[in-house]
Design a binder for this molecule. Structure first.
Ligand SMILES: [Zn+2]
Length: 262
């Protein structure tokens, strides 16, 4: 083979592999996650996602009344290809941290053992499996707390969970990343324009952005308006040729399949 042809082939292979490593052959990935199992997720978020054919990941607190009283509706959410994910049974947070006046003594992570938190997370996996039949599950740390008594409890759970979302606001670059503490952007009060600006940053950096929503149109002290949320979805739909919108588990499996060693 002539050297020039060999070089062309090498160039083609190199550029193809760089291309394949991009976000499912798109420029950036946008993951939409919704925490704490709220009524508004069923009443407002799922219908608007479905109307745009977009996918969301719902990090469910299994003891939340909006979950336990509406099981059949959550089952339908699965049928529409959204992800049901684990946000523990009782949402324990470390009450000894500043600003944690809302933590009740019964569910204070500061008083938990590693055994108790890992048992409760495994039980939540079982509850979700009963609903959707799936054995692979992702997780989000309540309040972003990752340790019990100074020990990172995820060490015990890597066989039970394929990935976990953290709360540190950073874009996820291509290449190796810690799949058990994936960064996300906590949304509270932003306008539609500000949400879209975050996506544009991800596009510019060829990164993945994970949005962390709680209330949408109310129901939580961390909240975004229905209009701002809708504007973001509209932008994602309008730019679907360059933006990939996987669920969190699809994104994690993609990163792992791309050769993630972490
Ligand atoms: Zn939460």
């Amino acid at each position: 083979m002539k050297l020039s042809r060999l070089l062309t082939l090498a160039f083609f292979l190199l550029s193809y592999s760089a291309f394949a490593q991009q976000w499912n052959k798109k420029q950036a990935a946008v993951v939409l996650t919704y925490d704490d199992a709220l009524n508004t997720h069923l009443d407002q978020v799922v219908p608007v996602l479905d109307s745009f054919h977009l996918k969301g990941t719902f990090f469910l607190t299994a003891a939340s009344p909006a979950f336990t009283k509406r099981l059949s509706e959550w089952k339908k959410v699965v049928a529409n290809k959204h992800e049901l994910a684990n946000h523990t049974l009782f949402h324990p947070c470390n009450g000894s941290q500043p600003g944690r006046g809302f933590v009740t003594p019964d569910y204070d992570l500061a008083t938990y053992s590693v055994r108790r938190i890992t048992d409760e997370i495994r039980m939540t996996n079982a509850v979700l499996q009963a609903l959707d039949g799936k054995k692979e599950r992702t997780f989000a740390y309540p309040c972003g707390d990752t340790t019990v008594d100074g020990k990172p409890y995820m060490e015990e759970l890597k066989g039970d969970l394929v990935a976990a979302r953290g709360v540190h606001g950073e874009l996820v670059p291509q290449g190796p990343t810690d799949l058990y503490n994936v960064g996300s952007f906590m949304i509270n009060g932003q306008t539609g324009e500000e949400l879209i600006k975050l996506v544009k940053q991800a596009e510019k950096n060829k990164s993945m952005i994970v949005f962390l929503f709680h209330g949408v149109g109310g129901e939580h002290s961390l909240n975004v308006s229905l209009e701002a949320h809708r504007q973001l979805l509209q932008y994602l739909k309008a730019n679907e040729k360059t933006l990939w919108n996987p669920t969190f588990i699809e994104a994690a499996n993609f990163i792992r399949a791309s050769g993630n060693k972490k």
